[in-house]
Design a protein around this ligand. Structure first.
Ligand SMILES: Cc1ncc(COP(=O)(O)O)c(C=O)c1O
Length: 366
């Protein structure tokens, strides 16, 4: 054991560092491909909103200043739109930053979190970093099994994560299932309802989880500007929850975690409902294309309601490699707990067509 290894907390022993995907340019160079499309990270394909681009230009001149650590204007605007108090809005470096703050604020070594699995890995990773114990509950029919999750709640459970819709399967629970869950969940638990894909979902049964907060449930709702708003590179998201919890999240968040360009671009993105609707519609069209080509050869999870599609392909790593060689980067799902599956993000119509063509060429892995 090296000196450095001796210094590192044992809680980190089991953790595998995040392995970033290769940049598009690197894949192009390595494989000698002219065109590479990335449908791997559930980013929106359309770039920032026009008003956000203008705001970014303005803020560029003031980058000598630190950001507003309290994100005052962004929080005020969000609170107003959501009909909650300013004190109930927690800004974060992406929704992921809020997951990190929630874990830091709530979890002592030996405490537990419950989440469905396969699901968004940060819930598990952030708990493990702190020496807390993740209880992962298998999905049922590719959907969160809320009854089984309630059964996994114990006296040391601090957080239950409900990924709504779930990444990577793209599926959601019904309103009735969630209502039954909130009836049953014990008082000592914080439920984090992760609505990172909120703006994409058109299903009439899909519920704005802030409703449950307003009804008095102990819930933290997560949202982000990384997806439909096209600001993934800036890292800005937020949580909406009880004021005392938001205060606690503020204690563990780094002072300047949300940069000023991120705050300004997020703020400028709010209110363009026309652009939101346009992107939602384009996404639905693209998603049906991706679903159809995948369903031709594989079992597809559904109904998929967000901007990605999950398919059982046998060996996710092999299909990932084969598609990569044809210039399409998708997500193999080993790290999400689903090594037999891939997840494909909806791209632009052109990108979706490239994917369809690449998949059709994979006769070997049919
Ligand atoms: C379910 C879910 N939650 C949270 C995030 C984090 O998003 P961000 O940190 O970019 O806001 C993602 C990103 O892929 C996600 O899929």
């Amino acid at each position: 054991m090296t000196d450095a290894q001796r210094l590192v907390r044992p809680a980190l022993d089991e953790l595998v560092p995040y392995e970033p995907g290769k940049p598009i340019e690197e894949v192009q160079r390595e494989l000698g491909l002219e065109r590479v499309v990335k449908l791997a990270s559930n980013e929106g394909p359309h770039g920032p909103f026009p008003a956000a681009l203008a705001a970014l230009e303005r803020t560029a001149r003031q980058l000598n200043r630190y950001p507003d650590g309290g994100a005052y204007r962004l929080r005020t605007a969000l609170a107003e739109r959501l009909g909650v108090a300013f004190e109930q809005v927690a800004p974060g470096a992406g929704a992921d930053g809020v997951v990190d703050c929630a874990a830091q604020a709530l979890l002592d070594p030996g405490d537990e979190i419950v989440c469905g699995w396969p699901s968004f890995p940060s819930y598990v990773i952030d708990a493990r970093k702190l020496g807390a114990v993740p209880r992962t509950v298998p999905l049922r029919d590719h959907r969160y099994d809320l009854e089984a999750m309630l059964a996994a709640v114990g006296p040391r459970t601090k957080i239950v994560y409900v990924c709504y819709p779930n990444n990577p399967t793209g599926t959601m629970n019904s309103r009735t299932e969630l209502e039954a869950y909130f009836e049953e969940v014990p008082e000592h638990v914080l439920t984090v309802v992760d609505q990172a894909y909120f703006e994409y979902v058109a299903d009439p049964d899909y519920t704005d989880a802030v409703e449950w907060l307003k009804a008095g449930c102990r819930v933290l709702v997560l949202r982000t500007f990384s997806k439909i708003y096209g600001l993934a590179g800036l890292r800005v998201g937020y949580g909406i929850g009880p004021a005392d919890l938001v205060t606690a999240l503020g204690k563990v968040r780094r002072a300047f975690d949300v940069s000023s360009p991120a705050q300004e671009a997020a703020l400028a993105s709010l209110g363009d409902d026309e652009e939101l609707a346009r992107r939602r519609a384009l996404n639905e069209e693209g998603r049906s294309v991706i679903e159809a080509v995948l369903r031709d050869r594989h079992e597809v999870a559904g109904p998929a309601v967000a901007n990605f599609v999950y398919a059982e392909v046998g060996d996710g790593g092999a299909v990932f490699d084969a598609l990569l060689r044809r210039g399409v980067i998708v997500r193999p799902l080993g790290a999400f707990g689903a090594p037999s599956a891939i997840r494909v993000t909806v791209g632009t119509p052109e990108e979706n067509a490239v994917f369809a063509e690449a998949l059709a060429g994979l006769s070997l892995v049919r």
